[in-house]
Design a protein around this ligand. Structure first.
Ligand SMILES: N[C@@H](CCC(=O)N[C@@H](CS)C(=O)NCC(=O)O)C(=O)O
Length: 342
């Protein structure tokens, strides 16, 4: 009798899980980067961008469109960190089956992956008489391609091998250097949001982070040394990449990577720098070691095109400022938190 009951219970659990996966879990598929000539999406403008506020990859493409002087339609999407599951709903999965932003759309054809999108803009969308974002000079093209590649973020590389992934690209450091800000972001979400995340996204790394920080708040860093280790790995790799940039800039002696005007490599770095600002990393960049990087950042952050790219559209700007303020506060309050940064 007991055996029959146990088997029946197991069958019931498996059936419920199966139906749950079939009905609720977003069916995301990875997509290859680049222009999709065989896909045509509904559009009303020649150039459209699906993007989110406070998204490093989106910021990169907005920076690029703005620096190129391209007019485009803004299709704003709210990220899970802003309490929405729009990126995982069937309507958006038709735009990008991978369920991520940004997505650039040119005459209805999507271009996936932010690194590919900025190259596409520089090669295909530059208005007449604009200053090229990828100068037609062999050395500059090579250098720009190098930095675009270095500043790209490929989640699969981090999952395959964290240390190698971080060493390979500074773009892969973005999630790691963002982790200290997570408790501040998650504290603004409700349990309903967290539950929806599990329902739609399943139990994955993001949901585990959400639950952990919802329960433990900032103290998660105190009780789970593994979290501090991940952030420290991200930090070590970030500073190694900044050192490489420092050497490059010092050897060039120019304001930007390709000379006196912004080019694609700078745009790639812009996204990393904006994230460093958000999670309060800049105060740890020592002027004696990184003078050129600090000067480069000081010039870049004043550019109207950079300011435009970080403009908040649906998320309240005060919300982002509050996150950075919280990080600063925790650094002062908790040694185990500050030690991740130092
Ligand atoms: N490698 C992709 C990364 C895209 C990505 O992961 N975007 C994040 C925002 S920065 C996103 O859309 N997250 C939404 C989600 O995971 O639901 C790119 O560079 O375009």
């Amino acid at each position: 009798m007991t055996l029959v009951f146990v088997v029946a219970l197991l069958v019931l659990i498996v059936t419920v899980l199966f139906i749950w996966k079939l009905v609720f879990i977003a069916r995301i598929k990875s997509v290859e980067g680049g222009y999709k000539h065989d896909v045509i999406l509904p559009h009303t403008e020649p150039v459209e961008l699906y993007f989110a506020d406070v998204s490093a990859c989106s910021m990169k493409v907005r920076f690029c469109l703005s620096a190129a002087g391209v007019q485009y339609k803004e299709n704003v999407i709210k990220l899970p960190s802003a309490g929405s599951w729009e990126t995982k709903l069937p309507k958006f999965l038709k735009i990008n089956p991978a369920g991520t932003v940004p997505v650039l759309v040119h005459k209805g054809h999507p271009i996936y992956e932010s690194g590919e999108q900025i190259k596409y803009i520089a090669n295909n969308l530059m208005p007449p008489n604009s200053i090229p974002l990828c100068p037609k000079d062999v050395t500059k093209t090579r250098e720009n391609n190098y930095w675009v590649d270095k500043t790209s973020w490929h989640a699969s590389e981090i999952f395959a091998n964290l240390d190698e992934g971080l060493k390979r690209r500074v773009g892969n450091c973005i999630p790691m250097i963002s982790i200290p800000s997570f408790p501040a972001i998650i504290s603004t979400l409700s349990w309903k949001n967290v539950f929806e995340g599990i329902l739609i996204g399943g139990v994955n790394d993001k949901q585990v982070f959400s639950i952990t920080f919802s329960v433990l708040g900032v103290h998660a860093f105190k009780y789970l040394p593994m979290l501090r280790t991940i952030v420290k790995k991200g930090k070590a790799a970030l500073f190694q990449h900044l050192l490489e940039l420092e050497e490059f800039l010092s050897s060039k002696g120019t304001t930007y990577i390709g000379g006196e005007n912004v080019s694609l490599g700078d745009i790639g770095w812009g996204a990393i720098f904006a994230r460093m600002e958000y999670a309060d990393w800049w105060v740890h960049v020592q002027p004696e070691i990184y003078p050129c990087v600090l000067n480069y950042w000081s010039n870049m952050r004043k550019l109207p095109t950079f300011i435009e790219a970080t403009r908040h559209v649906v998320v309240d700007k005060e919300h982002s400022l509050q996150v950075t303020r919280k990080v600063k506060e925790w650094k002062k309050q908790f040694d185990w938190y500050r030690c991740m940064y130092e």
